[in-house]
Design a protein around this ligand. Structure first.
Ligand SMILES: [Zn+2]
Length: 428
């Protein structure tokens, strides 16, 4: 069947609005929009109807009537020529029931839904009833149409372009600040505000501050997550937050050196541009001598996985104070150091974290061990090790679950009484 014949059959059998007709040929002559193309096809078919009037009066009448019913006004003149006094009742579009003619209205409503939400980039999605897509598919298979596009593409593209014009925002499909979902046929808009991310490093100068708030915490807001996250949450007027640390230290462990990287994710923020230098300064002033935030800056979603990978891979340096159950001498320490250095430690999940982590054996390297006497039964140790090695268990042996351990090699019950992370650096 030739092209003109196909178009004629489509129009005679299905009342279609300009967009829905043009969309069936979307990939042909891309220089024109679907609506424009649909209108042009109807114009062509109306010319065809007038030409047909000479040879096939009935065919011409049927075509002109169908065009008029589908909203093509000039076909009324054609009909007048063929038969006078004909009442034409416009039919709703078979596929969209008229939604495509309301896109400007939907776009205006969607733009208004952004009031009070700070954003510079937007993505548009749409919800189309299954029935609408089924009707379009039916038409495509019935007439073997191979150049059409899905109605969703047209809806999102057209509404997106209008929102750009109306609001001055930019369409960004990859990482938008806000995603608007417009429902067809009603035009209701769902506003999905995407999270905003901030990154930085923290230094914990005193023990006793947990990294994240726990359910059994007394609610004084003393965790690092709350100290850094709460001002960000308030300033961005978000609805919630998530703290992502590059690993974690126990509450009783200090975190010094260049600090531990973190990312804070704010859920549904109403504001995105906040004065980070001021927030950082305020946190640091309020928690002077306890906690310090460095390099607080805006980040993107990728920062979350980056910080997690960094936390696992990074080489860490610890300073530990170890208490022994017997006295030891300088010579013993010199013998211990080479046994610890470059040792491969086989560590079964520590008893104290078994509730949160699966029971398995991890194999980690201890790169460096420098030991110094503090008193006959107290040692200061500097350990540099692969990320993920539990230091308290490296020292006490965790009832044989960590091997070798400091206890085992020293032949004495050893206990970590003070611990500090002094450096985190990316592993080789
Ligand atoms: Zn339509």
């Amino acid at each position: 069947m030739d092209f003109l014949e196909t178009c004629k059959n489509i129009v005679t059998e299905y009342p279609l609005c300009d967009s829905c007709l043009g969309r069936q040929f979307a990939s042909l002559d891309r220089g024109f929009g679907n609506k424009e193309k649909g209108r042009a096809l109807k114009m062509l078919l109306n010319v065809h109807a007038q030409a047909l009037a000479q040879s096939d009066r009935k065919g011409a009448f049927n075509l002109a009537k169908a065009l008029a019913e589908s909203g093509y006004g000039p076909s009324l003149a054609t009909l007048k020529k063929l038969r006078r006094k004909l009442e034409i009742a416009p039919k709703p579009c078979y596929i969209c029931s008229g939604s495509m003619d309301k896109l400007a209205e939907f776009a205006a409503a969607a733009s208004n839904s952004l009031n009070g939400v700070e954003c510079s980039t937007v993505a548009v999605g749409c919800r189309v009833p299954l029935e609408v897509e089924e009707k379009e598919d039916e038409l495509k298979s019935r007439f073997k149409l191979r150049h059409g596009e899905n109605i969703r593409y047209e809806v999102t593209r057209e509404i997106g372009a209008r929102i750009e014009r109306l609001t001055g925002k930019t369409i960004d499909k990859i990482q938008p600040d806000v995603t608007l979902i417009v429902s067809i046929p009603g035009g209701e808009t769902e506003v999905n505000i995407n999270p905003v991310f901030f990154k930085g490093k923290y230094r914990k100068l005193v023990p006793g501050i947990p990294q994240t708030k726990s359910p059994w915490q007394d609610g004084r807001g003393g965790s690092i997550e709350e100290i850094i996250g709460t001002p960000l949450l308030e300033q961005t007027r978000g609805e919630g937050m998530k703290f992502h640390g590059a690993g974690r230290e126990d509450a009783d462990v200090r975190m010094t050196g260049s600090g531990r990287p973190f990312v804070i994710e704010i859920i549904r923020p109403k504001r995105r541009s906040v004065d980070l230098a001021e927030i950082q300064e305020k946190i640091n002033a309020e928690h002077e001598g306890r906690l310090q935030v460095l390099g607080l800056s805006k980040a993107d979603k990728k920062a979350v996985s980056n910080v997690k990978i960094f936390g696992e891979k990074a080489k860490k340096t610890y300073r530990a104070i170890i208490k022994l159950d017997r006295e030891i001498c300088e010579a013993d320490l010199r013998k211990l150091e080479p046994k610890l250095e470059n040792a491969t430690i086989y560590q079964r999940t520590p008893t104290r974290v078994l509730k949160r982590r699966g029971d398995r054996v991890r194999q980690k390297r201890l790169y460096k061990a420098v030991l110094k006497m503090v008193s006959p039964d107290t040692i200061e140790a500097i350990f540099q090790c692969e990320g993920g090695l539990y230091i308290k268990e490296l020292i006490n042996g965790d009832s044989g679950r960590t091997r070798p351990s400091f206890s085992e090699l020293a032949g004495s019950e050893a206990k970590c009484v003070e611990l500090e992370v002094t450096d985190i650096e990316e592993g080789a």
